[in-house]
Design a protein around this ligand. Structure first.
Ligand SMILES: CC(C)(COP(=O)(O)OP(=O)(O)OC[C@H]1O[C@@H](n2cnc3c(N)ncnc32)[C@H](O)[C@@H]1OP(=O)(O)O)[C@@H](O)C(=O)NCCC(=O)NCCS
Length: 211
């Protein structure tokens, strides 16, 4: 996956939207997710109907936030977050299993950026803005996200691909040992959905140790 490239204009405007403020951006966000997640490591053959439903859950979650990167009139990147209590049961379950109250957790959904805009610090900004949003709208003391698990020998893995693990560690996140979930989607070239394992990463928002 290429992560850096020539910038195609001045730095995008960054803004965080919530609730109905998200509605005008839903079609662009759905397309952005489909475009970015079609690549390694997600290989997601996007379904616009699913995207609308998924993004609706952010509109309907009053404390959710979506950080947008807007260049001109184009949404070139986005990053999502919401209280874990507003997420689906399969994402809450690993926390409940560890006896962690989901009310303590702000869940970071995804960060997606079009290729030409990568490598210029927007990914770092997405993390900073989401943490700021979580602190603004909640008393959650944990931020968490999950990422798809892929074999290093997977035939679709691009030559020279650098995993994002170091980037996430540099943002203060650690892999939450033994915590994962399963999500199903149809991969590019497949005829049916298949289950995919995702692993959780987390970070204390207070500096307290997580175990
Ligand atoms: C994740 C993503 C948003 C990061 O965006 P970005 O703007 O390129 O990130 P930044 O410019 O802020 O750089 C982030 C880090 O990546 C590093 N990096 C730069 N080029 C890289 C490359 N070719 N491969 C891997 N990491 C690279 C930077 O050094 C930086 O690390 P550091 O701050 O820890 O030193 C972007 O890569 C993306 O959209 N990826 C595809 C979707 C995805 O997998 N999202 C994550 C799961 S939802």
């Amino acid at each position: 996956m290429r992560m850096s490239g020539a910038r195609i204009g001045p730095s995008p405007e960054i803004l965080t939207v919530s609730g109905d403020g998200l509605l005008p951006y839903v079609p662009a966000l759905a397309q952005l997710r489909i475009t970015v997640f079609r690549d390694w490591p997600y290989l997601y053959d996007g379904d616009p109907a699913y995207e609308e439903r998924y993004l609706r859950s952010y509109v309907d979650s009053p404390r959710a936030g979506v950080v947008l990167a807007i260049a001109g009139d184009e949404v070139v990147g986005a990053s999502t977050c919401l209280p874990l209590t507003d997420e689906t049961a399969n994402i809450q379950a690993p926390f409940v299993a560890q006896r962690i109250d989901p009310a303590r957790v702000f869940y970071f959904g995804e960060s997606i950026l079009l290729h030409p805009w990568r490598g210029h610090g927007l990914g770092r900004r997405f993390f900073a803005e989401r943490e700021a949003h979580a602190r603004r709208v909640s008393t959650c003391d944990i931020a968490a996200f999950c990422a798809v698990e892929r074999s290093v020998n997977h035939p679709a893995r691009p030559v020279g691909y650098v995993p994002l693990d170091a980037f996430w560690r540099n943002r203060g996140f650690a892999q939450a040992t033994g915590m994962g979930c399963t999500m199903s989607w149809r991969e590019v070239g497949a005829t049916a959905e298949t289950p995919h394992r995702l692993n959780f990463w987390w970070k204390s928002l207070t500096g307290a140790a997580l175990s």
